[in-house]
Design a protein around this ligand. Structure first.
Ligand code: AMP
Ligand code: AMP
Length: 346
């Protein structure tokens, strides 16, 4: 108990997590691919580097044994769900993990996720059942967070078919994806990603930051004149490249804060004790100031990297030097002090 280490996969928000762990006095363990080790050598935040060929080696008995011997608490982030399946994370990973593993099932399934958010009272973009029913601008999505790669827009059944085939020929989709697409009403507005921390130790949902995303190719389209856009029949994709910090109009905060609280409250009934630690809502805010939520991530999001050091909202709450990675480590330390680690680990 006195020699706990914090570990995660070397990617996504690992630097954020390791810096926070170090600042709270934990040892750190990074499971990482050889080609990425340079990051964790440049920034001296890792005590133990475990090199793997593929992230799914995390599921092998030898790596898990190593992690248990190092007293590791794993912090899940986007690369866990992107490269390992929910079932594997729930059933085959025998290393203590910070968070609520049961909620992964609610998060991974679009239908269940929408049910959760609706029951929490959030406003969601409409779901269209099948391509033949497209009667408005929709965004076409594939299961799993692949950084928006392969997403496209369509506003009729025929434009759907044309663009789908185009995506297949560009190699961004395969014809088998046709049965797996999710069609969602496109909410016209700006993207806002609020970051929350659900503290089991303090029984509180904290509001710690907001980011916006920088997505290729959609964020570069405005740089070329409309006439050229028409000529090349550009079809925007949403591959995430980075994030930037955002401060919001203050009058939007009450609703966003309540949304975070309600999502956690609902999660408590779906999978007690609800969300443990960081989560993020992915929203679009329209020009009549309606907030549409199109997704939840019930774990640390990479957008919180904008807050390493501090963010305006973390500053308002904690003063200097609080950010998601450190907030996680602080919660673990608090649970350790109260001899209540079992309340925050799964
Ligand atoms: P990576 O290990 O970089 O492939 O990231 C794993 C998953 O997390 C990817 O599928 C991305 O969609 C998502 N992701 C990574 N970085 C970011 C970011 N800065 N903002 C939002 N999502 C991200
Ligand atoms: P996701 O993979 O769900 O995070 O979505 C990737 C990107 O697609 C987002 O960052 C948004 O720019 C865009 N997006 C997703 N859903 C919607 C929606 N319903 N309306 C407008 N834009 C959306």
């Amino acid at each position: 108990m006195k020699e706990l280490a914090i570990g995660t996969l070397g990617s996504h928000s690992a630097l954020n997590i390791f810096k926070g762990a170090k600042e709270e006095g934990f040892r750190t363990v990074c499971i990482c691919k050889k080609e990425n080790a340079i990051i964790y050598k440049k920034f001296p935040l890792v005590d133990e580097l475990i090199i793997v060929k593929d992230f799914n080696e995390l599921l092998t008995e030898s790596i898990q044994k190593k992690l248990r011997n190092l007293n590791v608490i794993l912090i899940p982030h986007g690369s866990f769900t992107a490269y390992l399946s929910t079932e594997e994370l729930v059933n085959n990973l025998f290393v203590p993990m910070f968070g609520n593993r049961e909620l992964l099932h609610w998060e991974a399934n679009r239908v269940k996720q929408a049910e959760w958010l609706r029951q929490a009272g959030l406003r969601l973009p409409k779901t269209i059942k099948k391509p033949d029913e497209i009667d408005r601008l929709v965004i076409v999505k594939l299961p799993g967070a692949k950084g928006g790669r392969g997403y496209f827009l369509a506003n009729s059944p025929s434009s759907f078919r044309k663009k789908f085939n185009e995506m297949v020929s560009r190699g961004l989709l395969t014809s088998g994806d046709l049965d797996r697409v999710h069609l969602q009403e496109y909410s016209l507005g700006v993207n806002v990603y609020p970051h929350y921390f659900s503290s089991i130790m303090k029984d509180d949902v904290e509001f710690l930051g907001v980011d916006r995303r920088y997505e290729s190719a959609v964020d570069c389209i405005g740089k070329i004149p409309a006439s050229q856009q028409m000529e090349i029949e550009i079809n925007p994709t949403y591959t995430i490249v980075g994030n930037s910090p955002l401060v919001l109009r203050e009058s939007l905060l009450p609703e966003l804060i309540r949304m975070g609280e309600n999502v956690h409250k609902k999660a408590k009934t779906l999978a007690p004790p609800g969300i443990i630690g960081p989560f993020c809502l992915e929203t679009v805010i329209t020009d009549d100031l309606k907030i549409y939520t199109f997704e939840i991530s019930a774990r640390i999001v990479a957008g919180t990297n904008i807050g390493i050091g501090t963010s305006p909202y973390a500053y308002l709450r904690y003063g200097e030097n609080m950010y998601m990675g450190r907030r996680i480590a602080l919660e673990i330390k608090e649970a350790q002090r109260k001899d209540s680690l079992e309340m925050i680990l799964a």
